[in-house]
Structure formats: structure tokens, C-alpha cells
Design a protein around this ligand. Structure first.
Ligand SMILES: Cc1cc2nc3c(=O)[nH]c(=O)nc-3n(C[C@H](O)[C@H](O)[C@H](O)COP(=O)(O)O)c2cc1C
Length: 197
């Protein structure tokens, strides 16, 4: 294993997406550090084109779940066959119970008119996922299919939602496979091996 003394790499290796959460509460101090990791992310022209809504209210979580599931049902009906098969293999369907069972949700919004808005907000999301791991918590970059979540959270017109991150404790999910280093890297020119796996 390379760079095993690296704290960041340890968090990257330890991160897993969780879709089932325990009802153990989450400390707000930990959530604060998670959004802090998002706040400090790099962004195009340093525009910081994001707003993160932390949701711990049961009724609001329930409402978000209803909105997302309605949009998901429409999305799953339209999905192509290959994607549908992947969803079935991974037990992913239109039902999103984690939006209620996770004690906290972080809704990551962004201003789509800012330069490099989408990569910027996703860098912030990646930071938050890693900080959640560092806190001993689990999350998931759930991308609500065309769900209009802004109005339910009082977010001003003009913001789009990038992801909803459920945050909570979970039984450690299995590691998902990754392509080997040799397949995804080259040295100087495509196809020239960088380093052996
Ligand atoms: C941009 C992006 C969008 C994703 N959207 C969803 C989603 O809507 N629902 C879901 O269950 N997982 C979603 N995921 C999670 C991926 O399925 C997951 O990261 C992948 O299967 C690898 O598993 P791991 O995160 O445990 O390593 C998304 C991940 C990314 C990076």
C-alpha cells in the first residue's frame, strides 16, 4: 500500500457510501467540522458558489424524502436498461429511506452561473465526505434526480441542488471495487505505465 502514513489517504481509503443508517445521534460539533471542510474548498475564481443547508428537523427530512421519491419514480421510469440493471444489482431503487433515517442531512446548493460552479461544489462535497469519514461517520453523495428542493428549504431562486448528504453512523458497508492504478494512470504519455500497482 503506497503512502500509508498519509492521513488524507487513510480517510480516502476508509470512506464508504452508506445507504442505511443507525439511529445513533450525530454531534453538531462534528457536523460543523464537516461543513467547515466544505467551506474551505477550492472553487473557480474563488467564488465559493455554494450554500449548505444542514437539516436535522424530522418533519423537513420527511418532506425532502417525499419530494425526492416522487422525482425518483419519474427518473427510474425513464432510465435506460443498462442503468436500470446496475440499480437492481446494487439494490438501489426510488425509495430513499436514508433521507429520514440519517440523523442529519446536508443539502449542497450551488449558483449555476458562477464560473466552474459544478466542479467547485463537488470539490466541496468531496471535502465534506472525507471529513465525515474522519469523524467516524458515514455519508453518501446522493444526487436527487430533478427534485426541486430549494423551495422546501427556503433557498432563494437561482440556486440548484448538487447533492444531499445523509450523515450518520452506520454498519460499515463493503468496499466497492476500483480499477487498478496501472489502468487509470500513465507517465508522460497515455499508455506508458506510471508505476506498478
Ligand atoms: C457524482 C455522484 C453521484 C452519485 N449519486 C448517487 C445517487 O444518486 N444515489 C446513490 O445511491 N449513490 C450515488 N452515488 C454514490 C456512488 O454510487 C458510489 O460512490 C460508488 O458506487 C462507489 O461506492 P463508494 O462511494 O462506497 O466507494 C454518487 C456518487 C457520485 C460521485
Amino acid at each position: 500500500m503506497i503512502m500509508e502514513d498519509s492521513q488524507v489517504l487513510r480517510a480516502i481509503q476508509g470512506r464508504r457510501s452508506a445507504r442505511e443508517f443507525l439511529d445513533t445521534p450525530v454531534e453538531m460539533a462534528a457536523v460543523r467540522r464537516i461543513v467547515e471542510a466544505g467551506r474551505l474548498a477550492a472553487s473557480g475564481a474563488n467564488r465559493q458558489p455554494w450554500h449548505f443547508v444542514v437539516v436535522d428537523d424530522t418533519t423537513i427530512k420527511h418532506n425532502l424524502r417525499l419530494i425526492c421519491e416522487q422525482a425518483e419514480r419519474e427518473y427510474y421510469e425513464r432510465a435506460d436498461e443498462e442503468l436500470k440493471e446496475w440499480f437492481v444489482d446494487h439494490s438501489i431503487g426510488p425509495s430513499k429511506p436514508f433521507l429520514e433515517t440519517a440523523p442529519v442531512l446536508i443539502a449542497a446548493f450551488f449558483d449555476p452561473h458562477a464560473p466552474y460552479a459544478i466542479p467547485s461544489v463537488w470539490i466541496a462535497i468531496a471535502n465534506m465526505l472525507l471529513q465525515a469519514t474522519e469523524e467516524g461517520l458515514y455519508s453518501l453523495p446522493y444526487t436527487p434526480s430533478r427534485a426541486r428542493l430549494g423551495p422546501a428549504l427556503g433557498v432563494p431562486e437561482g440556486y440548484s441542488v448538487a447533492a444531499l448528504l445523509p450523515i450518520g453512523h452506520a454498519t460499515r458497508p463493503a468496499r466497492q471495487p476500483r480499477l487498478p492504478l496501472s489502468q487509470v494512470t500513465s507517465l508522460n504519455r497515455y499508455g506508458v505505465p506510471f508505476l506498478p500497482d
